[in-house]
Design a protein around this ligand. Structure first.
Ligand SMILES: Cc1cc2nc3c(=O)[nH]c(=O)nc-3n(C[C@H](O)[C@H](O)[C@H](O)COP(=O)(O)O)c2cc1C
Length: 250
């Protein structure tokens, strides 16, 4: 197994950081340059990243993201945004209509670009011995991020990325077996329920161990509840802010 594969397979999200240790400006620039060297849609580069270090600003954003204390404790929060503002300027410069933001495609394009950049930033940071956790919780209150970070029209925050020096690294969270997620030639829905039954047991034991017996919930119950009532705040706040940022898909 080569070093890159080993690194990828060793990932875990970190939520306990050494508050004494900084991450330098040069390290962040290295991470973002590497992340943005990846593929992106038509080389439109529909991503901008806002680096936040100032503690009061981080505290406000930590609260807006659902009181996630690790945002305050780690030295850096990076906010990965879909960015069509530069594409709007390109349209103006070339006298073209700017129609993409009237279609859901803009969100698909931007989310894919952000996903690739975020994933690469994770790997770059971990390769430097740093710990990370993504922060999709920011979409509980994306308007606060728009206001605090002064995001212009056609820019929308998709996910944060907390970066710091880990104090404690959790055990790795088991994934679904490959037979569920790598399908050969065609999708077979019949195999999935049995795999979920087994994976529920795997996650239940993992959680019991990780929380010293306090939580032995399984995978399907967690996912079911999140997609039932757990995403209410996202439902309420996310698409209205997308629309306010002038993405006008129907
Ligand atoms: C886009 C995205 C958003 C996420 N948002 C949060 C978040 O707001 N807070 C958090 O604690 N973890 C967040 N996570 C981390 C996931 O919960 C974590 O990756 C998942 O449980 C698997 O655990 P692992 O990363 O330790 O393997 C997010 C992950 C992704 C990819």
């Amino acid at each position: 197994m080569n070093e890159t594969i080993k690194l990828l397979r060793n990932h875990r999200s970190v939520r306990d950081f050494d508050i004494e240790k900084d991450v330098s400006e040069a390290q962040i620039e290295t991470i973002i340059e590497a992340a943005l060297a990846g593929p992106n849609w038509i080389n439109g580069q529909q991503v901008s990243v806002i680096e936040v270090r100032e503690s009061e600003r981080k505290a406000a954003l930590a609260k807006a993201a659902g009181n996630q204390r690790w945002i305050e404790e780690a030295p850096v929060l990076l906010v990965f945004c879909i960015d069509f503002y530069r594409a709007k300027l390109a349209a103006e410069k070339n006298g073209a209509d700017f129609r993409i933001v009237e279609d859901l495609e803009a969100i698909m394009i931007g989310s894919t670009d952000v996903g690739i950049a975020l994933g690469s930033a994770v790997i770059a940071a971990e390769s430097m011995g740093l710990g990370i956790v993504p922060i999709g919780g920011l979409r509980r209150n994306p308007q606060t991020f728009v206001d605090v970070l002064k995001l212009p029209e056609y820019v929308f925050p998709i996910s944060g990325l907390v970066i710091g020096h880990p104090r404690n690294v959790p055990e790795q969270k088991p994934r679904l077996p490959l037979k569920a997620t790598l399908l050969k030639e065609q999708y077979d829905p019949k195999i999935q329920m049995e795999i979920i039954d087994q994976y529920d047991q795997t996650i239940s034991s993992y959680m019991a161990e990780r929380t010293k017996g306090k939580d032995s919930s399984n995978w399907s119950s967690k996912i079911a509840h999140f997609y039932d009532t757990g995403f209410e705040q996202y439902e309420k706040n996310s698409s209205p802010t997308v629309k306010k940022q002038r993405f006008q898909y129907k």
